[in-house]
Design a protein around this ligand. Sequence first.
Ligand code: NAD
Ligand code: UDP
Length: 317
Amino acid sequence: MRQFSERRVLVTGGAGFLGSHLCERLLRDGCDVLCVDNFFSGTKENILHLMDNHHFELMRHDVTFPLFVEVDEIYNLACPASPIHYQFDPVQTTKTSVHGAINMLGLAKRVKAKIFQASTSEVYGDPVVHPQQEGYWGNVNPIGPRSCYDEGKRCAETLFFDYRRQHNLRIKVARIFNTYGPNMHPNDGRVVSNFIVQALRNEPITVYGSGAQTRSFCYVDDLIEGFIRLMDSPDTFTGPVNLGNTGEYPVLFLAEKIVELTGSKSPIVLKPLPTDDPKQRQPDISLARSELGWEPQVVLEEGLQKTIRYFERTLER
Ligand code: NAD
Ligand code: UDP
């Protein structure tokens, strides 16, 4: 006889980097998982190992179109996250964030589901307040090449809070800072995957600008723990809440660290800095600490080692 799980959970963008880890974690926690993805930047390989699990279901669907399913919880992750991917079709990126949020919020309202939004540190733009606290409203260019992503995510947050005020929806908004780990696509274009793949192939490491710009890098397992804690927190806690690692490093340091850890012969080369590239980024995670009892456990070197091992296996295939 079929055993029914306690919770039916929808993960949009479930075949992507973060989504695939979340699906895996939710299945481990005993949930029924419905993974929805249009495979724009995610791949079936990321979730192939889950396909035999009777509690896992995969649906090809674009969240810019309405979806009618019965679920208890929704994690809305669908949206390309890498600048090269989200700038490939910027109109579709805005649609994914805005229409996608409207469709998922409509679904949550209809089936009375709790809903989580994967927002981003990009809502702070090129921040003049450092480190960034949730109360900071940001410094975002509304008409630049990054705007489709930044403003799309900001509008999605607005929609989440309006659905809360207007329809009393149970919402959870996480502002995610740069996260890395296994299941990133080798051609994803983000800094950690780019540098590791280049290092393993002994190709030049492409540092944009002088490499003095900083980022704070969170290992994926830590982030997913934060997602679960946020979803399980009392309904009165909506966020937005920063989730990220407070360890802040210049991009050039990251390049040198990856060369050292891989034993690569790659030279480091400087390339032009993309337009509107934020100069610094570090989360203030006091709120996550106090409300969720959450803080990252994996230090940069340990996380990089795990990610390097993953790419060594992937590139061998
Ligand atoms: P990703 O590109 O690996 O995953 C996104 C997934 O969404 C992909 O599988 C893609 O195919 C899917 N998708 C895109 N458009 C879709 C659409 N219209 N309909 C259905 N599916 C669609 O990126 P990720 O790093 O896993 O990011 C997941 C979420 O977390 C995104 O919303 C992103 O903005 C957010 N986020 C990630 C980071 C990070 O560092 N990884 C930081 C901030 C925010
Ligand atoms: N970056 C780089 N070389 C690369 C890819 C990215 O120097 O091959 C830089 C990029 O300019 C930015 C930082 O690394 O300053 C993080 O880039 P990523 O695309 O990973 O994320 P985001 O800019 O959205 O934080």
